[in-house]
Design a protein around this ligand. Structure first.
Ligand code: MG
Length: 257
C-alpha cells in the first residue's frame, strides 16, 4: 500500500497560485503523482500547469498491469511529450499565451519501484534510512553554472536569475524529459515539490519534518508552513508518498500475509 498526501499554497507574495498538483491511484494498482509549476504572464502559467496535470494522466491510459518499470518509464515520457505538444500548440496560437510553460515532476509508483520523470526545477526526493536524497537534477541556469563550476551552491541559492529554466514543458516544439527508475522499500518516502519549498527549506529540514511525528497530512502541512515562515515568496506545493507495502511471504506469527 502507498499512502499519499499533498498540499498547494499560494504563498505570501504571489496573487495567483500557478502550481498544480495531482495525486491519483491507477486502476492497475500503481499510484501517480504530479507537481507542475506554471510560468508565463497574464495567468498563462496557470493554463500550462493545469493542462499538464489534466493531459498527462489521460495520455497514460490505458496502463497494462504487466508493464515493466522500463516500459512504464517510456509511457510516462510519451505522456509528458504529448502534453508538451498540446501546450506548445495553444501557446503558439494565442498571443496571450506566448511563452507559457510549466515544470513537471511525475512519479508512477508501486510498493517495489517508482518511475520518476521531470523537466524543469520541480524536484523529487527519496527519504530512506534516515537520509534524504535529491533524485532530480534541476533544469535551471543556476544548476548549469554550478555544474560547470562558475558559481557555488551557496551563490546559486541567492542568484538573481535562479528562476530561469533551461528546459520546460510547452516552450519548445520538442523536449527532453529525464526519466529514471528507482527501487524503494517499506518505510521509505518520496517527496515531490515545487521550488516554493525547495528554494526556501533546506533538505535536512525537509528530512527532519518528514521523519517527525504525525500523520502524512500533518507533515505536508508542516512543510508548507516552514516555507511560509521562511518568506513564502513563491507558490508552494508538496506531495508526500509513503511506502507501507508489506513484505511478501508468511507473517512471523504464521498467519497469511
Ligand atoms: Mg515556483
Amino acid at each position: 500500500m502507498l499512502r499519499m498526501a499533498f498540499l498547494s499554497d499560494i504563498g505570501r507574495v504571489r496573487t495567483v497560485n500557478e502550481d498544480r498538483v495531482l495525486v491519483q491511484d491507477q486502476p492497475d494498482g500503481w499510484s501517480l503523482a504530479i507537481v507542475a509549476d506554471g510560468m508565463g504572464g497574464h495567468q498563462a502559467g496557470d493554463i500550462a500547469s493545469t493542462m499538464a496535470i489534466e493531459w498527462i494522466p489521460q495520455a497514460l491510459q490505458p496502463l497494462d498491469a504487466h508493464l515493466s518499470g522500463e516500459q512504464r518509464g517510456q509511457r510516462l515520457r510519451a505522456a509528458i511529450e504529448s502534453a508538451n505538444e498540446k501546450i506548445f500548440e495553444i501557446a503558439s496560437e494565442r498571443e496571450n499565451y506566448h511563452g507559457m510553460g510549466t515544470t513537471v515532476v511525475a512519479v508512477l509508483a508501486n510498493g517495489q519501484s517508482a518511475v520518476i520523470a521531470h523537466i524543469g526545477d520541480s524536484r523529487a526526493y527519496r527519504i530512506h534510512a534516515g537520509q534524504i536524497e535529491q533524485l532530480t537534477q534541476d533544469h535551471s541556469l543556476v544548476n548549469e553554472l554550478v555544474k560547470s563550476g562558475q558559481i557555488s551552491r551557496e551563490e546559486a541559492e541567492h542568484h538573481p536569475r535562479r528562476n530561469v529554466l533551461t528546459r520546460a514543458l510547452g516552450t519548445e516544439p520538442t523536449i527532453e524529459v529525464d526519466v529514471q527508475e528507482i527501487s524503494w522499500q517499506p518505510g521509505d518516502m518520496l517527496l515531490l515539490c515545487s521550488d516554493g519549498l525547495s528554494g526556501l527549506v533546506e533538505p535536512q529540514r525537509i528530512l527532519h519534518t518528514a521523519m517527525g511525528g504525525g500523520g502524512l497530512e500533518e507533515k505536508v502541512r508542516r512543510l508548507v508552513d516552514e516555507a511560509l515562515a521562511a518568506g513564502g515568496d513563491d507558490n508552494i506545493t508538496v506531495v508526500l508518498m509513503a511506502n507501507d507495502a508489506q513484505h511478501r511471504g508468511p507473517e512471523p506469527n504464521g498467519e497469511a500475509g
